[in-house]
Design a protein around this ligand. Structure first.
Ligand SMILES: O=C(O)c1cc(C(=O)O)c2c(n1)C(=O)C(=O)c1cc(C(=O)O)[nH]c1-2
Ligand SMILES: [Ca+2]
Length: 615
């Protein structure tokens, strides 16, 4: 890639402002290739299929394993190898990581961190219980979930719900350092999984339903000092991009370009949302990290005229400085709560006869995006659920959605039959990419809604939602789907319908199997080519966690956390059928309670020894 100096940077900013770049994203700057770091080992470690070294498996977010001992022929013989109670009863949305003989995982609040030696998994190697700030659970919008620990340089990094980040010694579980990343009293929480890149650990913030101004922060893995922090929006006079909004952790000074196009009125950016609670990916060659920002505050669009940049946006930043390379807003002036935080899966695609570095993103708004990940220009955008009706398509000139005015929400109006619902056609549940088939295996929601927006007043630490949403099953009457999908063509190759939202993530393997779990608690192995269910096992609770696989002592294992919760099932936990932010769980769980119960179990599956060696 080319390096841009200050001059060309200015030029590209100018070009962006005048739309010379044409359709697509705004290119801000370019960065030199990654420099050496003490922690380059993760780049190597992720190549070892015996381990699962980071929450997403690999930096490209494929959630794919080259292991094939368990395969479509023998997976019917799968059995439970061992289990472990998590000692918690709230939604388990993360996944374990496996480094050599050790497995580490984190529970939802209270955020226990467990280390298990795989040579004797009947024993807990260490357990860390972080201090708890009781102000945190009441401000977690959508259950008190956590999406798992990350590893780097002999340390385990964990987000705690009360917005503290911990670095633990991987051998002992002792705290090396901890950092204050936000304050529950202001509505800030942390539910995500950190990502370690080089010498930085990168973490997000949650609280979009509390008017939290979103930011992403990098801390030095050795010192715990803030290296940079990038906000999603900033002062109205320079809100277009990276608006005074990326700051150097040491100097407090702004990093990167400024612009002067207003997309927020007055001080509204201060409570503008755009939080960063999803998954992160990293391209070492381009030296860029990718992630999305969430809903603008409030959910009531009448209260925040303008495009509300940069909520609902895909971001590409330099991991060392935080500098923004490009942004692309998927849902300008959101009126449906379509948080843009879902994962970016990094793949190369054939486009106009060339191999192009791309990212693939299944947005909550029901569109799948294939974007050039070098410069943010769109390659292919399709509806991945044909029932999507809030927009008829994407304007090829502006690359903005063509909104159906009948589905636009506003204060005082009850807008009916909007598809998808606020839970989106996909929420946090991550997809998997299988390089053999070139297809994406996606656990999805299938819901529509009515949306009544109303005016709300901001008060720190109190819900800043401003809408009542009622969700109903989508066309066909089912609420979840698991699909094999080609984002270049928008074609669904096969699909499985599920009674409830498929809120757990997917895993694919070289054994031609896709794994995922259902809210009812079924852990499934599916034939990647046909969608045929080859194996299923009813786990103790519902599944909203993400399966992983690893090899230990020559044997392949598949692990998943069973523990129902998340926004899809939050009513089961508080019995109020609504979350702490007042978000209705829409009676969806009224019948889920007929199938499963709260509870937390780590489930580990393998083949019986004879089957494993016969194949
Ligand atoms: O705007 C935010 O800050 C924020 C945070 C979270 C979260 O931290 O889990 C969710 C959401 N929004 C959200 O919109 C949403 O649908 C959602 C579902 C879930 C879940 O874990 O099931 N969390 C969240
Ligand atoms: Ca949100």
């Amino acid at each position: 890639m080319t390096r841009l100096g200050t001059k060309s940077l200015k030029r590209s900013l100018l070009a962006a402002s005048f739309g010379i770049l044409g359709a697509g994203a705004l290119v801000l700057s370019a960065q030199a290739a990654t420099s050496g770091s003490a922690n380059e080992s993760l780049l190597q470690m992720q190549k070892n299929p015996n381990d699962w070294v980071m929450p997403t498996g690999t930096y490209n977010n494929w959630r794919y394993s080259t292991l094939d001992q368990i395969n479509s022929k023998n997976v019917k013989n799968l059995q439970v190898a061992w289990t472990m109670s998590t000692g918690t009863d709230r939604g388990l949305e993360g996944q374990p990581i496996v480094i050599g003989d050790m497995m580490y995982y984190e529970t939802s609040y209270p955020n226990y961190v467990y280390a298990v030696n795989l040579n004797h998994p009947d024993q807990i190697a260490w357990k860390y219980t972080p201090p708890r700030d009781s102000n945190a659970p009441p401000v977690a919008c959508c259950d008190v979930v956590n999406r798992g620990p990350a590893y780097g340089d002999g340390m385990i990094f964990v987000d705690a719900l009360d917005a503290r980040l911990y670095a633990l010694n991987a051998k002992t579980g002792k705290v090396v350092w901890s950092a204050d990343n936000g304050h529950p009293k202001d509505g800030q929480t942390m539910t995500g999984a950190p990502m370690v890149v080089g010498n930085n650990v990168i973490v997000g913030i949650a609280g979009g339903e509390y008017g939290v101004r979103g930011y992403i922060t990098a801390y030095n893995i050795h010192t715990g000092k803030m290296v940079w922090r990038g906000y999603s929006e900033g002062p109205s006079k320079d809100t277009l991009i990276d608006p005074a909004t990326t700051i150097n952790g040491a100097t407090g000074k702004p990093v990167g370009p400024h612009s002067s196009i207003k997309t927020w009125k007055g001080d509204e950016w201060k409570v503008g949302g755009g939080t960063t609670w999803g998954w992160y990916s990293y391209d070492p060659k381009l030296n860029l990290i990718y992630y999305g920002s969430g809903n603008p505050g409030t959910w009531n669009p009448s209260q925040r005229p303008g495009k509300n940049r940069w909520s609902m946006t895909i971001w590409a930043r330099n991991p060392e400085t935080g500098k923004v390379k490009w942004v692309y807003q998927m849902t300008p002036h959101d009126g449906w709560d379509y948080d843009g935080v879902n994962e970016m899966v990094l793949v190369n695609v054939k486009y106009h006869g060339k191999e192009v570095p791309a990212l693939v993103h299944f947005d909550r708004n029901g569109f799948s995006y294939v974007m050039n990940r070098e410069n943010g220009s769109p390659i292919a955008i399709h509806k991945y659920d044909p029932s999507v009706n809030w927009a008829t398509g994407i304007n090829p000139k502006t690359n903005e959605p063509i909104v159906d005015p009948a589905k636009m929400t506003e204060a005082g109006k009850d807008v009916k039959d909007i598809c998808p619902s606020s839970q989106g056609d996909k929420d946090e549940q991550p997809v998997s990419y299988d390089p053999k088939t070139g297809l994406f295996y996606a656990p999805l929601n299938h819901l529509c809604m009515s949306y009544q927006a109303f005016n709300v007043k901001y008060k720190a630490g109190f819900p800043f939602v401003g809408a009542i949403v009622n969700m109903i099953p989508g066309p066909g009457g089912y609420r979840g789907r698991f699909i094999a999908y080609n984002p270049m063509t928008g074609k669904t190759e096969w699909q499985i319908h599920d009674m409830f939202q498929d809120w757990g993530g997917a895993l694919t393997t070289a054994g031609n199997v896709a794994f995922y779990g259902t809210l009812k608690g079924m852990f499934r192995a599916v034939d990647i080519k046909t969608g045929k269910i080859l194996y299923q096992f009813k786990t103790p609770s519902g599944i909203i966690g993400n399966p992983i696989t690893y090899m230990h002592d020559g044997k392949q294992y598949v692990a998943v956390l069973s523990g129902v919760g998340g926004w899809a099932a939050i009513g089961m936990a508080d019995n109020l059928h609504k979350s702490s932010a007042g978000l209705g769980a829409v009676g969806l769980n009224a019948t889920l309670t007929d199938y499963t119960n709260l509870g937390g179990t780590l489930m580990v599956f393998s083949l019986p020894s004879k089957v494993a060696s016969a194949n």
